[in-house]
Design a binder for this molecule. Sequence first.
Ligand SMILES: Nc1ncnc2c1ncn2[C@@H]1O[C@H](COP(=O)(O)OP(=O)(O)O)[C@@H](O)[C@H]1O
Ligand SMILES: [Mg+2]
Length: 375
Amino acid sequence: MHNAKRIIMNPFIVSGFAGAGYFCNRKSELAKLKEAFRNGRNVTLYSLRRMGKSSLVKYLFSSLGKEADCIYVDLFPAAALQDLTLLLANAVTRHFGFTVKTFPKKIAALLRAVNASLSVDPYTGKPEIKFGIGDARGKQENLEGILSYLEKSGKKVLIAFDEFQSILRFPEKNTESMLRSLFQNCRNINFIFCGSSRGMMEAIFNDAAGPFYRSTQHLYLGEISREDYKSFITGKFRAGGMKIEEKQAEFVLDTCRCHTYYVQYFCNRLYSKRFRGNDRMLYDTLEEILLENQPVYNNYRNLLTDTQWRLVKAVAKEGSVEKPLAAEFVNRYGLKSPSSIQRALASLLEKEILLNNNGKYLVYDVFFSLWLKKY
Ligand SMILES: Nc1ncnc2c1ncn2[C@@H]1O[C@H](COP(=O)(O)OP(=O)(O)O)[C@@H](O)[C@H]1O
Ligand SMILES: [Mg+2]
């Protein structure tokens, strides 16, 4: 499936990057990322989840073309340093297109360096690197081996670590300082650290005592401008021989708080119905989306305490809340003591069910928020 050419029938992409033509704006962010790379600066790229970081990195990679060897590593599943190394090793293998045949010749050095063996993934048929079990001592050396291999490759290398905040749960001591010094010693490799949890990224990169402190250029990805997104949306419908009124595009954007993924998803659904400006269809489509997700939302209820659930629901009903401890809010929604609300709030922020956006609390997931408000 990976190599299958993507045939795009719906211009509202809901996963990954499919080319500049399907990408709204981000030109200045793209330019900043390029400029940073060309001048040897590492970058921290952060935003809310589903705002567009990962696809922006893909956009950057595609627009750098042959200028660099661009390697993308998603650290989401990584729970220890060994995982990071393995994910990187596999990304390198895939990037250079090593096959089991060419692998030993081409990067025997890498294989030796990481003390690993190559096997074929039984499901995908692609080569995959595996480390020996219990290889605890060589952890840092493995990573160093891969980096030094890349240091010697002829071209400039750009490595993007996505979901970089995962390193905070690594059990190894001094992970941050170890990585920091490894990365800083690279001459030929530049890095982009992406992260969705603002708090976590700030903990890594802004904590004055932390080793990553001020070691990178920061780039915060906000919402796409409402006006630009509006013309992107109306333009795509027009190009497909359909029509969405400006007011309706505004409805989509406002309902979705201009949060990229949700806007894309709503538009994708409208487009697939060959939307032509019917208000009824607009509202029905939104309702369909919310109801489809209902089983997931109902399940959240089982995962939250009663106070947490009431609080999420109250925030959703309000849309956004500045003072969740204010008597008026507490009474209106029959919430309990301020201390229990405080605890619930902390836990919901931690779980990323609520978010704090410039002092205002919101339900993080836009569709969940709308569902809570309505049902
Ligand atoms: N500028 C954009 N224009 C159109 N769609 C976008 C844009 N940025 C992101 N998307 C889409 O929005 C969704 C979320 O983007 P993603 O890059 O996965 O976010 P993040 O990595 O911040 O969680 C994806 O479906 C992606 O295709
Ligand atoms: Mg992402």
